[in-house]
Design a binder for this molecule. Structure first.
Ligand code: PCA
Length: 322
């Protein structure tokens, strides 16, 4: 007579053999549902759900895992798939900060070239961490938010600065500001309570978080374009049949292309939105940009020292594409 365990095992096997068992995949996201990355991920999920037996469900705004916990959750299999701002993990590997070297790649086109040079290495590093790289999408160029006009680095002294990565925290230190790491989902609250009074980000995040309620100025600096990566847990991925993996890879390729266009479209839309909210939006003054470039050089030197030959090879390959 079969034991219950044997029976259950037999059922599971037969379901697996038919390949039709719907498998729910929760996908934690750090950013608001209305943000273009999250909307793109929702479309990716729709694509996967239409083409496979996987039921992909997105969880925006850090509702399933806080942004900083998403990568670990996917590595350890607590979530089978997720999206994360990769530069937030530069402490694990300097190469995760390749997209945050100040003034190295300051436009969408330049950034895509940088990613062409860096992407395969990043995917390998992720593979060593039990992660399968699926697609990635850049944020719009990064600029500075303040609650008063700022024309020089000297005027930044002592300002409480919300950081989202190693590079943003270092930039704060080098400008004399006081960095505090805050997820975008908690940004409005941090500004409302005075935990932070300035930050670097895209127009997109300022718009998503309605920062005109607390701040007055956005300076376009185009310091860099950081990237969100969608990755799967390697064990969960390997547990899928080949047809499912192919379908998901195809959906990921579409999401990459679509997401890039969404990011471009969202750039001007959100800068206009900040203006409508009452903020002064415009390019940072030349004197300020020159000072920031000097700080950028320090950060570039530091990054190259930490990233060694592999980092230098990527930067050289990128420069050769210019
Ligand atoms: N928005 C994200 C990262 C970069 C960006 O533009 C944030 O501020 O958290």
């Amino acid at each position: 007579m079969k034991t219950l365990t044997n029976l259950l095992a037999a059922t599971a096997l037969s379901v697996a053999a038919t390949g039709v068992a719907a498998e729910k995949w929760d996908m934690p996201l750090a950013y608001a549902a209305t943000n273009f990355h999250s909307e793109n991920a929702a479309m990716f999920a729709e694509c996967v759900n239409g083409a496979t037996e996987v039921e992909l469900v997105t969880h925006p705004s850090g509702s399933l895992f806080a942004g900083n916990d998403i990568k670990r959750a996917v590595q350890t299999g607590q979530a089978p798939i997720g999206e994360r701002l990769i530069s937030a993990h530069q402490n694990e590997n300097p190469l995760f900060g390749i997209d945050s070297i100040p003034f190295l790649a300051t436009s969408f086109d330049a950034h895509e070239k940088l990613w062409e040079a860096a992407g395969p290495t990043i995917a390998e590093i992720l593979a060593d961490q039990n992660l399968v790289y699926l697609y990635s999408v850049p944020w719009p160029p990064q600029g500075l938010y303040f609650k008063k006009p700022i024309e020089s680095v000297a005027e930044m002294q002592g300002i409480k600065f919300r950081s989202y990565s190693t590079a943003t925290a270092r930039m704060a230190e080098l400008t004399g500001m006081l960095p505090v790491q805050v997820e975008a989902a908690e940004l409005s609250q941090a500004l409302a309570t005075g935990v932070a009074e300035s930050f670097i980000s895209s127009g997109a995040t300022g718009y998503d978080r309605k920062v005109w309620e607390h701040l007055t100025h956005f300076y376009e600096v185009d310091a860099w374009l950081p990237r969100n990566i969608v990755f799967a847990n390697a064990d969960a991925w390997n547990g899928l049949d080949e047809a499912t993996r192919t379908a998901m890879t195809d959906c990921a390729a579409e999401a990459k292309t679509r997401g890039l266009q969404m990011s471009k479209d969202y750039t001007q839309f959100t800068l206009d939105g900040l203006k409508e909210g009452g903020m002064t939006v415009g390019r940072a003054g030349d004197a300020l940009v020159e000072e920031l470039k000097v700080i950028g050089e320090t950060m570039t030197t530091e990054w190259l020292e930490s990233a060694g030959d592999q980092g230098a090879a990527i930067v050289d390959a990128y420069k050769a594409m210019q």
